[in-house]
Design a protein around this ligand. Sequence first.
Ligand SMILES: [Zn+2]
Length: 137
Amino acid sequence: MQNTMLCPCQSGQTYAVCCEPFHLGNTDAPTPETLMRSRYSAFVFANVDYIEKTMQGPAAKSFDKTDCLQFATSMTWQGLTVLSTQTLSAIRGLVEFHVRFTTADGIPQCIHERSVFQKINGKWYYVDRVQPLKTLV
Ligand SMILES: [Zn+2]
């Protein structure tokens, strides 16, 4: 991994100063948005361990590691756009985003989702999503 590689989360920063410290466990994502970005980057790298350990609650309950790995590796990841972030309380936040990818059949997909994040014992976790929004193609 080169230090000058741009982060897959498209923050405009290098991976080394953006999502890598979270993936390595050197530090914890300080906000719902940084956690969301690091989870997207983890999908790009098929780092399912990171995806798994940054979930709690309903999201964690419905998580299947094998399915996740299959999904992460069969898609070609095209990019992430964070549309908005919303603070619900000191320990709950929302991030609305688009994720774009191409399926193994070459079909472009865009997921539009609002994720719920919760701070548990001082760390942010992805816990749920709010109403599935329309999938844009
Ligand atoms: Zn990043």
